[in-house]
Design a protein around this ligand. Structure first.
Ligand code: 4AD
Ligand code: MG
Length: 465
């Protein structure tokens, strides 16, 4: 079928032409004059196309008067200028073919407004609503803009493995992958421990929490690379900003230090805001009107924003001065809590903030030790409302120091032999970061809950569909 999208039609070039459109009915209104108005949405844009069905159509009474919201049709006809307010074109149908009827008493997306919570239970249908259609289009643009940004800078797209035996963040929050019969586990006769040699991969394996370690191997051969793929965390966090399965973008640069990737992070974030504004004006206006007042102003100011950079130590001093504002009291050595991060970005600096050089005890083993022996070359990028959007670091490129840090983290250098090899054979300074894609989509749409910016959210106690 050669069909024209509603988006293309509303762009205005096709006036007076014959076109074929296909989509789902949003509403039907019957007029006394012997015709009906059908509002058609095909997902290509927020707006519907109005179709005029006259009673002369052969199936007008037998079929078209039985069309209800959710029904699918193909319509052919001429595009005319619309006399109605709020729309510029309408389709006067020569024929309308019904593809699938939709029973109004059974269809859950009738006319009444449905809460986002309820729509999560209808995730197979929610893309047909205005909000979730807009989120899907924004998500698509942000992901395309990501590739565009890194490709235009000659970064190579690296596909990280999903199944892995290394725990990148060392936080023990990994989902196990096994082919063993859980009802009948093979055990080592002496120790009584599960014998993973008999498992599919001959060892214990997990779903990856980050593609970073593997991406480093390619950066240390090919220069600049980035991943963009799913990552998994078995953290039991029931919050509006945590998912058990989320998508991460992880650039990794060879011959680079912390300052280089902080600059990259700034450019990348500004690029995403600019592209969203440029390519999703209609959907962003919808979010601005319906989901978050002031969203457009926020994105426009961030698209040009300078980021404030400060050290963790400076940040703690500032937070300590305002200690009474927090339920978790700040002092040197703590991991920054969401309330601290938001206070820095929202109240103190009123814009994006990059905090650098965190205490080594609270950060992952691979981060480069600073000369003070107390802090590592880590950074977190904080945005108003969300707090941490990016975490990154310069990597420890000195073998002896890396091995010490692995042991301090309670792990064995032998298990990371290949990672250590990168430091044995032509080690180079390198650095990278990870951006949580859903946190970005949430921020740009103003959606309150991260579960509503990924098609099928995976969270504790929930993996329907
Ligand atoms: O700070 P994180 O844990 O950093 C890493 O995984 C590094 N290996 C990245 C790197 O240097 N290549 O995670 C990076 C980002 C966070 O800043 C956050 O935006 C997002 O991933 N993130 C989550 N997003 C949704 N749900 C979760 N459970 C998330 N955990 C982290
Ligand atoms: Mg982090």
């Amino acid at each position: 079928m050669k069909r024209t999208s509603v988006r293309e039609i509303l762009s205005g070039e096709l006036l007076g032409k014959k076109v074929t459109v296909a989509g789902w009915i949003r509403t039907r209104r019957d007029s006394k004059g012997g015709f009906s108005f059908l509002e058609l949405n095909d997902g290509s844009c927020l707006k519907n196309l109005q179709i005029i069905a006259q009673e002369q159509l052969s199936n007008y009474r037998s079929e078209l008067l039985k069309l209800h919201p959710g029904a699918s049709i193909v319509a052919e006809g001429s595009l005319l200028e619309s006399p109605a307010a709020g729309q510029s074109f309408e389709l006067k149908a020569d024929s309308i073919r019904v593809l699938g009827f939709c029973e109004p008493l059974e269809y859950p997306l009738g006319k009444s407004r449905i809460s986002f919570e309820r729509l999560r239970e209808l995730a197979h249908l929610r893309a047909r609503t205005n909000t979730f259609g807009a989120v899907a289009r924004l998500r698509n643009v942000l992901s395309d803009a990501t590739h565009q940004f890194f490709q235009s800078r000659d970064f190579l797209y690296f596909h990280a493995p999903i199944i892995t035996s290394s725990d990148c963040e060392g936080a023990g929050e990994m989902f196990q992958v096994t082919h063993l019969d859980l009802e009948n586990l093979p055990r080592d006769p002496e120790s009584g421990k599960i014998d993973y040699k008999q498992d599919f991969f001959g060892k214990a394996t997990k779903l990856t929490v980050s593609g970073q370690l593997e991406a480093e191997t390619y950066a240390c051969a090919l220069g600049n690379v980035y991943t963009f793929g799913p990552t998994f965390r078995a953290e039991n966090s029931n919050t509006a900003r945590h998912l058990a399965e989320f998508w991460m973008i992880e650039p990794e640069m060879a011959f680079a230090d912390l300052g280089d990737i902080a600059a990259l992070a700034e450019d990348y974030l500004r690029h995403l805001f600019q592209e969203a504004l440029k390519r999703c004006p209609e959907d962003l206006k919808f979010f601005n009107d319906r989901i978050e007042k002031g969203l457009l102003d926020k994105l426009e100011s961030l698209a040009e924003a300078k980021f404030t950079r400060l050290s963790y130590t400076e940040a703690i001093k500032l937070l300590e001065k305002n200690s009474d504002k927090f339920s978790f009291k700040p002092h040197w050595g703590i991991d920054l809590q969401s309330e601290h991060e938001r206070y820095l970005a929202e109240q103190l600096f009123k814009g994006p903030v990059i905090v650098m050089d965190y205490p080594k005890e609270i950060k992952a083993f691979y981060m480069r030790l600073n000369d003070d022996n107390k802090t590592v070359a880590a950074m977190d990028v904080l945005l108003p409302q969300v707090g941490e959007i990016i975490g990154g670091s310069q990597r420890e490129e000195r073998l002896a120091l890396l091995e010490t840090r692995i042991i301090e983290a309670g792990m064995q250098p032998a298990d990371y032999w290949w990672y250590c090899d990168l430091r044995r054979f032509g080690s180079v300074p390198h650095a990278g970061f990870g951006l949580g894609f859903e946190r970005m989509v949430r921020f740009c749409s103003g959606m309150a809950n991260i579960r509503d910016v990924i098609p099928f959210p995976r969270t504790p106690q929930s993996a329907e569909f």
